[in-house]
Design a protein around this ligand. Structure first.
Ligand code: ZN
Length: 461
């Protein structure tokens, strides 16, 4: 055991030495700069190509700001511009300045234009925003993508700062300064500039821009447009619906830039709200029959009254579970089956359970059964099954199972729907149980627990 581990350890030590000496070899070529470590690959790369010089023989000046003439000179060298010192169009760049040739070449190429007063301000530090303009023009970058920085106003004008930054981000030259920011007014330092330039020149150094999710919101309305820009003047590229989630990359004057599913675009903030993590649970409980429609009647029981008694118990139990309950009736009134079937959708419910009691020509027939809507078959069957599997046990009588059935209140119902038959009023044993509050409460608990189980199942889908 020991010797095996010693061999393994020895192997790793040798491997590490070999690998590190390989890793060190480019650095041994190195730079004369004591402020550039061997891990600064981009700076080594530029130095080896003769594109950068130090601020002294032994110092690159990593943290020093980059002046406008330095930036243009480095880009000019990289792109092979004519650097011959010569007169320029700028009042403050004389023909004897080291940068004059590159500055004039950059003007000729349309990369820089200077200030309206005819000056170039060669020794003024360049900002990160200015650099985006210069690099996007110098490298003819035209491709844009879904890029958002929280500190950059979106503006799809070709000449805007946003467009310039979008182009360099899309080209893999910048990923921002962190936290979704670009920091356009920050002075560019030489280290940053060298990294940007290396990325522009060599795809090995490129970074992948990724939007940062800073918030999660959900749509409060149906058919909310997703647009290509932050106003209603922009094209519609899709729509989202109530409850759909938007991952927010940034806010922009009442608009949100973000992602929903595979769509990235702009959403009006007026129709988005903080996402509530718990999904809504809104159940319709329908006590079957009512008023002049008594339903079944036997053994001293009338169906409409048994149904309502159990339904009101279910309502109370569901509310205690935090489930919103919509009752089609809470008193002895009559509603048509079509009214009941449409009631849920009209009031924002997500499922429907109708409570009934059975009758049969033969008094020996007993037990519970639960029907489900064949039109929303999968969810309806699950709902019916979760209820039925608890109900017959709670009632301590036969399990007549779960069945698809086109009862009007189910077939006309666009929601997942189930119809529960508690037991047979025509069966003396079932009826004796349904006459007691003990069994009515047991049945109600079974139904409420089954409904809760359905929601838990549904929310995991
Ligand atoms: Zn009935």
């Amino acid at each position: 055991m020991n010797s095996f581990f010693n061999k393994v350890a020895l192997f790793f030590i040798v491997a590490v030495l070999v690998i590190s000496s390989i890793g060190l070899s480019p650095a041994s070529a190195g730079t004369p700069f004591k402020d550039v470590s061997s891990s600064e690959e981009q700076i080594l790369y530029l130095y080896e190509k003769g594109l950068i010089h130090g601020i002294s023989a032994t110092e690159f000046g990593m943290r020093h700001s980059v002046t406008r003439e330095q930036a243009v000179t480095m880009i000019g060298r990289a792109l092979g511009f004519d650097g011959t010192e010569r007169s320029t169009k700028f009042t403050d760049v004389s023909s004897s300045r080291y940068s004059s040739g590159y500055i004039q070449s950059a003007v000729d190429q349309g990369i820089v234009s200077g200030y309206p007063d005819g000056s170039f301000k060669p020794q003024q530090p360049m900002t990160r925003g200015e650099m985006a303009y210069v690099l996007s023009k110098a490298f003819n970058l035209s491709k844009t993508s879904s890029v958002f920085f929280t500190d950059i106003q979106v503006n799809h004008d070709e000449k805007s700062l946003y467009s310039a930054i979008n182009k360099i981000a899309t080209a893999g030259i910048t990923a921002g300064t962190g936290g979704g920011n670009y920091s356009p007014n920050k002075e560019l330092i030489r280290k940053e500039f060298a990294i940007f330039l290396a990325r522009a020149l060599n795809s090995e150094f490129k970074v992948t821009f990724q939007n940062v999710t800073i918030d999660t919101l959900s749509s409060t309305t149906d058919n909310l447009n997703v647009r290509t820009g932050p106003s209603t003047n922009y094209n519609i590229i899709g729509q989202i619906h109530k409850g759909d989630i938007v991952e927010v990359y940034g806010y922009n004057n009442g608009w949100v830039y973000g992602k929903t599913g595979s769509l990235t675009g702009y959403f009006s903030l007026s129709f988005l709200a903080k996402n509530t993590p718990i999904p809504t649970r809104v159940m319709v409980i329908d006590a079957g029959h009512g008023e002049h429609d008594p339903g079944a009647a036997a053994n001293g029981l009338v169906e409409k009254a048994v149904n309502l008694d159990v339904a009101l118990r279910v309502e109370k139990l569901l509310k205690a579970k935090g489930i919103t309950v919509l009752m089609t009736r809470r008193t002895d009134v009559f509603y048509s089956l079509d009214y009941r079937a449409a009631f849920g959708v009209k009031n924002g419910a997500d499922a429907f359970v109708s409570i009934h009691s059975n009758s049969h020509g033969s008094t020996t027939v007993g037990g519970s059964e639960t029907f489900y809507s064949a039109s929303v078959a999968n969810d309806s069957k699950q709902l019916a099954t979760f209820i039925q599997n608890r109900l017959y046990k709670a009632m301590e009588h036969p399990n007549r199972g779960v069945k698809a059935e086109n009862f009007r209140v189910l077939a006309a119902n666009p929601l997942p729907a189930a119809l529960v038959e508690l037991g047979f009023l025509t069966n003396s044993s079932d009826a004796a149980k349904l006459a007691t509050s003990t069994y009515k409460e047991k049945a109600a608990i079974a139904i409420a627990d089954g409904i809760e189980e359905y929601y838990i199942w549904k929310e995991r889908q």
